[in-house]
Design a protein around this ligand. Structure first.
Ligand code: 13P
Ligand code: SF4
Length: 308
């Protein structure tokens, strides 16, 4: 719980610096409590593009803050924990893209999950998030789509959009990939009436066990709108704060795998770091060179258009 003193200090700093705080559901409950907006990657990148303020504090991992900076280059974007990085963002090599382009030419589109570096976005035709990947890949005119870097989201998309040849890369999220079928089965045995909600970064072997697959926001909405009482939640434990807030007073219960999925990078984004980056102006995100920024921004903007 954030103290009244801390809250007041952050409010004062925000007013002084015309700042808005954005947080992903996976960061610590205190950082979420201090945020003006909490959401999934897509919601937060849309907001970053439209908010009218001088400073954005992005309580999340690096690719999220970099996307915000690309979509809003005139704002100062601060990361409370600059070392918070998504390992999957780096699981991609330029040669894979070059090879696919050489093989398929204009019949190929490169769809890049936002969990990627700015350099990879700049080499891609369009960005996607877990909330819109299926819709966007389906809408692309090309019959062949190289999906980077997440093999599991890519595999999920390939199943939903079977009319296209979706070519997979080998990246993965270590946290979601570690969720095991035996853990899910144990929960389903213990709570036979529970609805199982899963993030598409989980392996296909886990997604097969799910009643609903979607982004963090979509999983939360599914729980809020369901009549069920028990939910098995197959994503990072950080979503619990929002699930409890939105379902307060309903008696709904949320069950996570026994190994408790935590994203170690998101977990380092604390309330105190949100306060201190605002107070000291630390963790500022830089723009990459103009040509890279322009191409990466184009891929992000195309996502915002196609996901409308
Ligand atoms: P969302 O698209 O649900 O925000 O997920 C982002 C992410 O990093 C999941 O691990
Ligand atoms: Fe990256 Fe996985 Fe953490 Fe999401 S949960 S930010 S994909 S490491």
């Amino acid at each position: 719980m954030v103290s009244d003193e801390m809250r007041a200090e952050v409010e004062r700093l925000k007013a002084e610096q015309d700042a808005v705080i954005l947080a992903h559901y996976y960061v610590t409950p205190e950082a979420q409590e201090l945020a003006d907006y909490v959401g999934d990657s897509f919601f937060l990148s849309k907001l970053a593009a439209t908010l009218d303020c001088k400073t954005l504090v992005f309580a999340g991992v690096r690719f999220m803050a970099e996307s915000a900076k690309l979509l809003s280059p005139n704002k100062r974007v601060l990361m409370p924990e600059p070392s918070a990085d998504c390992p999957m963002a780096h699981m991609m090599r330029r040669e894979t893209i070059d090879q696919a382009r050489a093989t398929y030419g204009d019949d190929l589109a490169v769809a890049c999950y936002v969990n990627s570096t700015t350099q990879m976005k700049a080499l891609s035709d369009v960005c996607v998030t877990s909330s819109n990947a299926v819709r966007i890949v389906r809408a692309l005119p090309q019959p062949h789509v190289l999906f980077i870097p997440d093999q599991h989201l890519g595999h999920y998309v390939s199943e939903q959009v079977s009319e296209k040849n979706v070519i997979l890369n080998d990246g993965f999220c270590p946290t979601h990939e570690a969720i095991e079928v035996v853990e899910v089965e144990a929960l389903q045995e213990r709570y036979p009436h529970a609805v199982t909600l899963a993030h598409p970064e989980c392996g296909s072997w886990v997604l097969e066990k799910a009643d609903f697959v979607g982004s963090t926001s979509q999983m939360i909405e599914a729980a809020v709108s369901s009549d069920a009482t028990d939910f098995i939640v197959l994503t990072v434990h950080g979503v619990l704060s929002e699930l409890e807030r939105r379902c307060a007073g309903t008696g709904k219960r949320f069950h996570f795998p026994a190994t408790t999925p935590i994203c170690p990078n998101m977990a380092r984004v604390s309330g105190e770091k949100v306060r201190s980056c605002l107070a000291d102006g630390t963790g500022e995100v830089d723009l990459p060179p103009d040509d890279v920024a322009e191409r990466a921004r184009a891929a992000l903007s195309r996502m915002l258009e196609l996901a409308r």
